[in-house]
Design a protein around this ligand. Structure first.
Ligand SMILES: Cc1cc2nc3c(=O)[nH]c(=O)nc-3n(C[C@H](O)[C@H](O)[C@H](O)COP(=O)(O)OP(=O)(O)OC[C@H]3O[C@@H](n4cnc5c(N)ncnc54)[C@H](O)[C@@H]3O)c2cc1C
Length: 335
């Protein structure tokens, strides 16, 4: 059997490694746009205080997978899924790759609110190692001149708070804009949001709540955020959540909701195609966009496809934790 996986995040890599231990004969091919290896996405938001991050974030070079008889095509994009002849198209290649079973583990991109899209060239996001490298390079140019960049961060959710904290602890000037009256209101109770606010303020972050950011402007080499007033920064980061990369699946005619719709066995509306990780929407309408349940899904699917499981995938109990320096929530997170 020819098994093809799109994506080398925790979903894709956990699946291929487990499946290889269960089946010596099937051909496994992992196709990914990444070039640096399998890396820890959660560590991205510690990318400014950890000086060796570009090396230490790599959990596994792709050659380690190849040593286990897993084909890896890296630095390429899957550009189409052809369900009629069961193949995928790959950027830069005239050839297509056939599959018997396809696993879509493409993860998610940063969500950019529609009003911000015309200004995309004016801000950064932090969703991948490529994004982190770009941010670090931008910051390094200031450090080389013995200066500290002045950052504006839009979005006081989990990632916005983590990045604000890490940049402030690394010594930069940070202003955090949040649309509602308290930070991380989706995950934390009000008491913990207040605690988080104090921790961020104590580390030097200027937090502005109830801020409707309307537009971004470039003026005299600075980027400006316009709320009720105008504020000027060296660098802007938009952290407004994530969006599953459903475009390929949608073009291929798979059923889509917020993510790719799957049943309790991670199977899409096409019986030869499965979806895992940030991109998979379960029948209860949920996306399980955290490392622990995703790894659990991937290991479960490997066992299911190897004939070792017949029952449905059920989410394990899990919690999360904001990686904000010095912050511990008193109450459980809402996940
Ligand atoms: C900054 C940050 C901090 C986080 N912190 C935490 C945390 O502390 N705890 C936690 O549990 N979760 C955290 N998360 C969420 C967690 O990292 C994700 O839920 C998880 O990594 C998703 O894994 P995935 O394998 O589904 O997708 P991804 O890790 O996004 O991997 C998808 C892969 O598919 C590839 N790909 C996409 N499209 C194509 C294509 N067309 N062709 C080829 N390749 C393609 C991508 O390059 C990527 O390698 C964090 C996320 C971010 C961004």
């Amino acid at each position: 059997m020819q098994i093809v996986i799109i994506g080398s995040g925790v979903a894709g890599v956990s699946f291929v490694e487990k499946y290889r231990t269960l089946s010596a004969d099937d051909e496994i091919t992992l196709v990914t746009r990444e070039r640096d290896g399998y890396y820890s996405r959660p560590l991205l938001s510690r990318g400014f205080t950890k000086t060796d991050i570009e090396q230490s974030i790599i959990l596994k070079p792709f050659d380690k997978l190849r040593e286990n008889n897993i084909n890896v095509l890296c630095g390429v994009d899957v550009t189409a899924i052809n369900r009629t002849d069961k193949s995928i198209a790959i950027s830069g290649s005239q050839k297509t790759l056939q599959y018997d079973k396809l696993i879509i583990a493409q993860g998610s991109a940063a969500f950019i609110p529609p009003p911000y899209r015309p200004f995309e060239k004016l801000f950064f996001c932090l969703n991948s190692l490529v994004d982190l490298k770009a941010l670090r390079q931008f910051r390094q140019d200031f450090l080389n001149r013995n200066q500290r960049p002045n950052w504006g961060i839009v979005g006081g959710g989990l990632i916005g708070c983590e990045v604000a904290s890490d940049l402030a602890v690394a010594g930069d000037n940070v202003t955090l804009f949040h649309a509602t009256d308290r930070l991380m209101e989706r995950q934390l109770v009000a008491e913990d949001s207040a605690l988080l606010l104090k921790v961020l303020q104590d580390s030097g972050v200027k937090v502005l709540l109830n801020q409707a950011v309307q537009e971004f402007i470039k003026e005299d080499g600075k980027v400006c955020v316009r709320t009720e007033v105008k504020a000027e920064f060296d660098g802007l980061i938009v952290a407004c959540g994530f969006k599953p990369r459903t475009e390929l699946a949608q073009l291929a005619g798979l059923e889509i909701g917020r993510g790719i719709k799957v049943n309790q066995q991670m199977q899409t509306s096409d019986e030869s195609i499965y979806a895992l990780g940030d991109i998979a929407e379960l029948p209860n309408g949920k996306l399980y966009a955290f490392i622990l349940p995703i790894r659990n899904q991937a290991l479960w699917l490997a066992e299911f496809m190897a004939g070792q499981k017949q029952d449905d995938w059920t989410p394990p109990a899990f919690t999360t934790k904001a990686k904000v320096h010095g912050f511990e929530a008193v109450h459980p997170y809402n996940v």
